[in-house]
Design a protein around this ligand. Structure first.
Ligand SMILES: C[S@@+](CC[C@H](N)C(=O)[O-])C[C@H]1O[C@@H](n2cnc3c(N)ncnc32)[C@H](O)[C@@H]1O
Length: 343
């Protein structure tokens, strides 16, 4: 297990106290439909520290394996367990022992057999590679001091073709620095909230495609009028492409290109993610070539072939006359569907 940061320690103390006192915090009590909560004892259904309903968002299917990041008292795990049924499995991960004790007590009380709770950090998930169909989370990722690492861990844990359905707090621009460093505001799901553009970028850089952020409820209508840096609740969905199991040809092309060029790590993944999501790249990516250009041309051709049937994007490769430098750009040839309309 990784060593805790000061944020982990402050957040853990905050949630340990809430588990001991059984008080709900940063959400309203009407997050779920009555139908979803049906037949749950009120002590279980009312202990929600979330800010949305990732269960409905996830459209879970019988037999699926679900991972809940920051499972708290376990409510989302129990709701997920009903939907995936006896053939499915739900794993809740949380770093706060008091929350895990509460969740395990609730599981025993409900007599559910397809749910387990594991102690661990979102930044170092106690989960095998490529073992999860759906990752859900409710108002937790904002609490992590290292969100890019969380996104990488989620990507690692998901099977190819797996999906993310998260409810979280985000902002429409950077929070003021005084808020960002306030530990009480971290615990209250405010200070750690990511700017929505950084959220989308972080997921893409981890390898996700089809990334969508949707402000929840009234935030959707009010967003344009909100001052910069205001936190609000949103739903976030993303996919790990089934093609994440790359063909050996693609892997060869990529590693050949990586051998020959100075490529900042993750850039090619990022490029592929943008293209798959139909997002134009403003400035393109620069590649400094130390060998010949054959491999990088092949990678660009592979990308063009991948998107040729359905994309309004045109991918360009601009080669510098000295043969030592290339730039890849993608431009829209027709209106592009925005990942998120939030600016
Ligand atoms: C706001 S509560 C949400 C709990 C639950 N998802 C719900 O909707 O009721 C945040 C939970 O995430 C856990 N948590 C926060 N940061 C974490 C991290 N970096 N790693 C693991 N768990 C974390 C806390 O212990 C707490 O139980």
């Amino acid at each position: 297990m990784q060593s805790p940061t000061s944020v982990h320690t402050a957040v853990r103390e905050h949630y340990a106290e809430l588990a001991r006192s059984s008080s709900s915090c940063c959400g309203d009590n009407n997050l779920y439909t009555d139908q979803l909560l049906k037949d749950l004892p009120s002590e279980v259904s009312s202990f929600s520290l979330g800010c949305g309903d990732p269960i409905t968002l996830a459209s879970l299917k019988p037999g699926e394996t679900v991972l809940d990041l920051g499972s708290g008292g376990g409510l989302d795990c129990f709701l997920a367990a009903r939907q995936v049924g006896a053939e499915g499995h739900v794993i809740g991960v949380d770093m706060t022992p008091e929350m895990l004790a509460k969740a395990r007590g609730n599981a025993a009380r409900l007599n559910v057999t397809n749910v387990e709770f594991r102690e661990g950090y979102l930044e170092a998930l106690p989960i095998e590679d490529a073992s999860i169909d759906v990752v859900i989370s409710n108002c937790v990722i904002n609490l992590s001091p290292d969100k890019p690492q969380v996104f990488r861990e989620v990507f690692r844990a998901l099977k190819p073709g797996g999906r993310v359905a998260v409810s979280d707090i985000v902002t429409n621009g950077q929070l003021p620095p005084a808020v960002q460093t306030n530990m009480e505001a971290w615990g209250a799901c405010v200070a750690g909230a990511l700017d929505v553009q950084d959220y989308v970028r972080g997921l893409r850089e981890a390898g996700f495609v089809d990334v969508h952020v949707q402000p929840k409820g009234a935030a959707d209508q009010m967003l344009a009028g909100l001052p910069i840096g205001v936190p609000f609740s949103a739903t976030i969905t993303a996919h790990k492409s089934a093609g994440s199991e790359r063909t050996s040809k693609e892997v060869d092309l990529e590693s050949a290109a990586l051998d020959r060029i100075e490529l900042p790590s993750g850039k090619l993944e990022g490029l592929l993610g943008h293209v798959a999501d139909l997002q134009p790249l403003d400035n393109g990516y620069d590649f400094r070539v130390t060998g010949d250009l054959t491999e990088i041309r092949s990678v660009v051709d592979a990308i063009r072939a991948q998107i040729s049937c359905c994309s309004p994007l045109q991918v360009n490769l601009v080669e510098a006359p000295d043969g030592a430098h290339v730039r890849i750009t993608a431009e829209a040839t027709a209106p592009v569907i925005a990942v998120s309309d939030i600016q």
